[in-house]
Design a protein around this ligand. Structure first.
Ligand SMILES: Cc1cc2nc3c(=O)[nH]c(=O)nc-3n(C[C@H](O)[C@H](O)[C@H](O)COP(=O)(O)OP(=O)(O)OC[C@H]3O[C@@H](n4cnc5c(N)ncnc54)[C@H](O)[C@@H]3O)c2cc1C
Ligand code: SF4
Length: 461
């Protein structure tokens, strides 16, 4: 067991200066110099029961790659990392790192910088150039995947490497899902995503973008033309805030604004531009999406950005009610909060006010006791705003494409192989050799990871 953690503290996240990063869309986070990263990896204790495994939804073999990196075996570390994670260069940038919440070092001190190591190992693989790993043998089976977000892409890579002919259908004009049009470039450089997509294409994954399943082609048509259809459609349907004045111009679901902003940064055209330059922007909703609206509006030249949440701020440290190794609900300001904006807590919107467009928000301060909310007397007021972005969550998949015209899509017909005796493959029956449900269910925190199906282990960079 390494005892380096007794001598070496956890390195702070390296970021570009605020003034510099507000002037561009480049990534906020910086790399640690190689020797420092190696020292950080050496803090890992290689625990007998590595709780970080169970904290990670992928069951990443964290101590293995930490050990390899600490010993200077970067290539081995990269290989180990890719054995459980298709896209570590992406998770290393944006994952909230529940592994770090579960890290044993976190019991008494600061956890290992797992996400930073993951990111830089992922980037080391990109720098070498990602090799395509097409299957050695074709299975003769076809799979349609609906949706090209991280779920669809990871499934596409695994299924293709297992020998199936994979076609990914995507409603948007480019693949990536929220990695492409949700998360801002200052958190995730699109060049990273594009490099991975090139690898998937080189492995034989086919992308059909601008095809909305349900609008341009029916699910039944996909079903009849493929051996399997996998739905990885995400959750783009925004939760509504049905208050008086909701329909006023100037009140938008957050993703309408973020998708536009991401398109503008990519040099792509946008419909009905939402221009916040010089405006007072109110972002309602205190999560990741709200924080991304804040950072985007600041870069877009908003004069003032208010970021409100209807609950009080969570604690900054674990209390007895949030014991290790469970992921705690803590106040974790995002990089956007360092850049500006005014946070408001325990404030509830009551109406959007205006005639021809939103001019103000009527709101009230609240207190919370035992899970119930109470309005504080004499706190109701109107606050002048030019724009409101609703970042109050998502409720499910968007059933239909919005606003785009319907068009017909011709599917390339492939002969479909059926199992003798019907459609169902008996090998995939519960308990059969192909039953993968157990392998894919994450272990509860504190338990060693479940054994994963060996065919899913066949990952490589
Ligand atoms: C603004 C924002 C910031 C976020 N930041 C983070 C973060 O920092 N860290 C983090 O871990 N998570 C973050 N998330 C969450 C993360 O992006 C999602 O959990 C993740 O993208 C979900 O992946 P997915 O593949 O399931 O779906 P998505 O990424 O949503 O992809 C689904 C895809 O399916 C397509 N689709 C849907 N219906 C159809 C159809 N009928 N036909 C064809 N295509 C269809 C959609 O167009 C979309 O491209 C953020 C989310 C948002 C909105
Ligand atoms: S729990 Fe922390 S210290 Fe233990 S193996 Fe995982 S990363 Fe290393």
């Amino acid at each position: 067991m390494s005892r380096a953690f007794l001598e070496i503290g956890r390195a702070a996240l390296a970021k570009r200066p605020v003034e510099e990063r507000l002037g561009d869309w480049r990534e906020v986070e910086r790399d640690l110099p190689a020797p420092e990263l190696q020292a950080q990896a050496s803090r890992c204790m290689d625990c007998g029961i590595p709780f970080c495994h169970a904290g990670c939804p992928l069951g990443n073999h964290v101590p293995d790659w930490n050990e390899a990196l600490a010993a200077g075996r970067t290539e081995g570390a990269v290989e180990r990392l890719h054995s459980t994670n298709n896209f570590p260069e992406i998770t290393g940038r944006i994952c909230p790192a529940p592994c770090e919440d579960a890290c044993v070092l976190g019991l008494h001190g600061a956890p290992v910088t797992i996400r930073q190591v993951e990111k830089q190992l992922g980037d080391a693989a990109l720098a070498q150039g990602l090799q395509a790993h097409p299957p050695r043998q074709e299975s003769g089976r076809t799979v349609a995947i609906v949706g090209s977000g991280p779920a669809g892409l990871a499934a596409a890579q695994q299924l293709r490497r297992a020998g199936h002919a994979v076609t990914v259908f995507e409603r948007h004009d480019r693949p990536g899902g929220l990695l492409r049009y949700g998360i801002p470039d200052f958190k995730l450089d699109r060049a990273v995503l594009d490099q991975r997509l090139d690898q998937l294409r080189a492995e034989g994954v086919v992308f059909r973008c601008g095809v909305s399943v349900g609008d341009d082609v029916t699910l039944d048509a996909l079903r009849s033309d493929h051996d399997a259809v996998l739905l990885a459609v995400g959750a783009w349907h925004p939760r509504e805030l049905p208050l008086p004045g909701r329909d006023l111009p100037g009140v938008h679901p957050a993703l309408d604004y973020l998708v536009q902003a991401n398109r503008r940064v990519a040099g792509l055209p946008v419909d009905d531009p939402i221009d916040v330059r010089g405006e007072t922007v109110l972002v309602l909703g205190g999560g990741d999406t709200g924080a991304d609206c804040l950072g985007t509006a600041l870069r877009d030249g908003a004069a003032r950005v208010l970021h409100w949440h209807y609950k009080p701020p969570p604690p900054t440290e674990r209390g007895a009610e949030q014991p290790w190794p469970f992921p705690p609900a803590l106040l974790r300001p995002s990089s956007s909060h360092e850049e500006g904006g005014e946070r408001g807590w325990s404030v509830v919107a009551k109406a959007f006010v205006g005639d021809d467009r939103v001019k103000a928000i009527r709101c009230v301060d609240v207190s919370w006791e035992g899970g119930s909310m109470r309005e504080l007397p004499e706190t109701e007021r109107e606050v002048l705003v030019d724009r409101v972005l609703l970042a109050v969550g998502f409720v499910g998949a968007l059933a239909r494409r919005r606003r785009r015209p319907r068009r017909r899509v011709g599917l390339r017909r492939r002969p479909r192989r059926r199992e003798p005796g019907g459609d169902r493959d008996p090998r995939r029956a519960p308990g059969g050799p192909g039953d993968r449900r157990e392998a894919h269910r994450p272990s509860p925190p504190g338990r060693p990871p479940r054994r994963t199906d060996p065919s899913c282990r066949a990952l490589t960079t």
